[in-house]
Design a protein around this ligand. Structure first.
Ligand code: BTN
Length: 247
């Protein structure tokens, strides 16, 4: 692996890996990788998405996993995925400055959309000792040059919207934003990040449909809880959800 230093981050870049999340998780577990270290791959042979899905990972897109070791209780770990996807939204907003027709949003829980199509996803995996977080791996895949067809939710890539950037430069932009937001979260907690996430939330205060196994639940997207659950106002009252999909 080639090592690149960017600010206070160390990036370990490999031409090809099964999954940057798997590599980062195993290395963090073996105490070979620590806070602010990143595994980056040009392509992944067995990229993983949420809910045991595959993440098709040909060359040309961005695939990386960032290790964090915040000294926080397990209950706060899910907040990190909102820190990271918000940082990614701010980064993509910056690289697409001037393209006013683009609507860049985060979709609960951790997708990034442009004009209603998914351009990036995030997979958080962590280890704890029962009460405290030991490490967190946040894996992000961004469709820069291509995207798969036939996805449950329509997908697109940055090139479709004339956003020209290399995977490494986009990672740097992400790290610029992440660095600030992560520090803010460590110093002041979740409130500011939650607010920022909500300002870019897809279908906020609108009717959405959640897919929970075979069931579909309709309701108005009202809020984001501190534990990362989404709050819906349904016909049967307020309900909170964690591991579901927004259709
Ligand atoms: C999703 O939307 O389902 C999450 C996709 C996460 C994909 C990224 S690509 C880099 C990292 N390594 C993986 O195997 N998965 C994540």
């Amino acid at each position: 692996m080639k090592n690149i230093t960017y600010k206070n981050f160390t990036i370990h870049q490999a031409p090809s890996l099964e999954s940057t999340n798997s590599t980062a998780f195993e290395m963090a577990k073996a105490r070979q990788l620590f806070e602010h270290e990143i595994v980056l791959a040009d392509q992944q042979m067995a990229g993983r998405g949420r809910m045991q899905r595959n993440w098709i990972s040909p060359k040309g897109n961005l695939y990386f996993s960032l290790v964090m070791q915040p000294k926080v209780p397990v209950s706060k770990v899910a907040q990190l995925s909102f820190v990271a996807i918000t940082a990614l939204r701010l980064a993509v907003e910056e690289v697409s400055k001037g393209k006013n027709h683009l609507h860049i949003q985060n979709k609960w829980p951790n997708d990034l959309l442009i004009n209603g199509k998914k351009v990036a996803g995030l997979l958080l995996e962590s280890q704890n000792n029962g009460s405290e977080c030991e490490f967190v791996v946040v894996g992000i895949g961004v469709n820069i040059a291509s995207n798969p067809d036939n996805t449950i939710f329509p997908a697109a890539n940055l090139k479709d919207y004339d956003i020209e950037i290399s995977p490494l430069d986009l990672l740097y932009k992400f790290l610029d934003k992440f660095d600030n937001l992560y520090q803010h979260w460590l110093d002041f907690g979740f409130a500011g990040v939650r607010k920022l996430w909500i300002t870019g939330c897809y279908k906020y205060k609108e009717k959405i449909t959640l897919k929970d196994g075979d069931a579909q639940i309709e309701g108005v997207l009202e809020d984001l809880e501190d534990d990362g659950r989404v709050v819906l106002l349904t016909q049967s009252g307020w309900r909170k959800f964690s591991a579901v999909d927004v259709l």
